[in-house]
Ligand binder design. Structure first.
Ligand code: ASP
Length: 445
């Protein structure tokens, strides 16, 4: 079995965390490819190395001394080296970086040094082979990852029988220039690596024991999701549940490689397994009706009202064209006979709402266009809801009983999620009601 394991910044924030990582790696010989993030925060006073590096760059740009920031980074790695008795020549590594900082250092090169140094220290500590991400992860000039070339690069570098440690977050353009991914990009590096080595599983080690059914700031002690499909995860993350970088999904899902989200501080917890298809697991233990609940506040509903407007051919095209012209992404378009609405994030339309209303009135030849703000959308997601008559009845009944007024309802034909719109003020209460009804399973009986 081949496992690609990625450790996030909090898992590598201090020597103590490095020790936990070593125990995790040593306990499973299949954990062969290891991707490291830059050291994260070890406590509330501490700072993420990547943040400090971005700040150093800003200081260079504005001609302000970056010495204090640089020393914070230097001391962090020196502490790790000392406590783990490493031999790495950090003085030399930092000298190289500093020399470049005094010349014309590129921002990508500078901020990638957090992952580079963390992976170097980790490789020595694990007695593994360090391979620089700039020699493996290959980008085309258009910024897309070249999987074929990355695979060839990796194959030419691997020494058999050794674990491999690779920095996350960056790779190189064909001319060798370092290029970083978006923030949190080590998740993507792990996923690319899992793809190119055809891993059996991609373990993503972080500081939570997987994805929770609902936001713990809203529901007390929500349960962990044991199994979730990629489709369900996409729906939940779109509505705000973030556990892994969006761009980390595709490289593994296209090869049917599961992602296992695990907690470095609680390695015994199985975490959450993300799979293309959970039917094998579901046959052993049927899933909850609801896999997860997530949501976001502050949407606006723009309603166009005109008798028999549903008969007007082209009305949706004309409407959507208006939003496209203003570069605004539309969430959904619930329609009736005499009216239809367009739901968008309030922030996106705030500055142009009067122009949009004027355009809609003109293009649809209609006087009655209204806007309601402060709407929250909640996604109730679950493969267990599919083909289960009565699910929405139970859901809406529960909200009715609790005096929650539903402003919007939207369910796509794949039936894996129902989107409910309520007033912002009812957001938390709605999530709690749904959780209590469907996750406290006895409530269903
Ligand atoms: N260190 C980078 C960041 O903080 C990438 C990562 O941790 O995934 O965004």
């Amino acid at each position: 079995m081949i496992k690609v394991v990625k450790f996030g910044g909090s898992s590598l924030a201090s020597a103590t965390q490095f020790k936990k990582v070593k125990n995790i790696i040593d306990s499973d010989k299949d954990r062969i490819f290891i991707v490291a993030s830059a050291c994260g925060k070890s406590d509330n006073e501490d700072h993420k190395v990547t943040d400090l590096l971005y700040l150093c760059h800003a200081h260079i740009k504005f001609g302000v001394s970056y010495d204090d920031l640089f020393n914070m980074i230097y001391n962090k790695y020196m502490d790790i080296k000392k406590e783990l008795h490493l031999e790495i020549d950090l003085e030399k590594e930092f000298k190289v970086i500093k020399n470049l900082m005094n010349k014309d250092i590129s921002i990508d090169y500078l901020v990638s040094r957090g992952e580079y140094l963390t992976a170097k220290c980790l490789a020595e500590y694990l007695n593994g082979q360090f391979i620089d991400a700039s020699e493996v992860i290959s980008f085309n000039y258009d910024g897309k990852v070249n999987f074929e070339r990355s695979e060839q690069n990796l194959r030419s570098k691997i020494e058999n029988g050794r674990r491999v440690v690779i920095p996350g977050f960056y790779g190189a353009l064909p001319n060798g220039t370092i290029k970083v991914m978006s923030r949190g990009g080590s998740d993507i590096s792990g996923s690319i690596l899992a793809n190119i080595v055809n891993a059996d599983v991609y373990e993503n080690w972080t500081d939570v024991s997987g994805l929770l059914i609902a936001d713990p700031r809203i529901v007390d002690n929500p349960e962990t999701i044991n199994y979730i499909t990629y489709d369900e995860l996409r729906e939940l993350s779109y509505m705000g549940a973030n556990i892994i970088h969006d761009e980390a999904i595709f490289p593994v899902s296209e090869k049917n490689i599961p992602i296992n989200i695990r907690n470095t501080n609680k390695p015994e917890h199985p975490g959450t397994m993300i799979l293309n298809d959970c039917s094998k697991q579901d046959a052993i233990k049927p899933p909850n009706f609801i896999t997860g609940i997530s949501g976001k506040k502050n949407f606006s509903v723009i309603t166009v009202n005109k008798p028999q407007i549903s008969r007007e051919i082209g009305r949706l095209r004309k409407t959507l064209q208006v939003f496209e012209d203003f570069n605004i992404s539309v969430e959904s378009v619930p329609s009736g006979v005499d009216s239809f609405s367009v739901i968008v994030e309030t922030e996106a339309i705030e500055k142009v709402i009067y122009e949009i209303i004027a355009r809609l009135k003109k293009d649809l030849i209609c006087d009655n266009v209204t806007v309601i703000d402060k709407i929250a959308l909640i996604a109730v997601v679950g493969r267990g809801m599919k083909n289960k008559p009565g699910m929405s009845g139970l859901l809406f009944g529960q909200l009715g009983k609790n005096n929650i007024n539903i402003r919007i309802i939207n369910q796509a034909a794949d039936e894996i999620d129902i989107i409910i719109g309520v007033d912002n003020a009812d957001f938390e209460k709605t999530i709690r009601c749904i959780y209590n009804k469907f996750i406290t399973r006895s409530a269903l009986l």
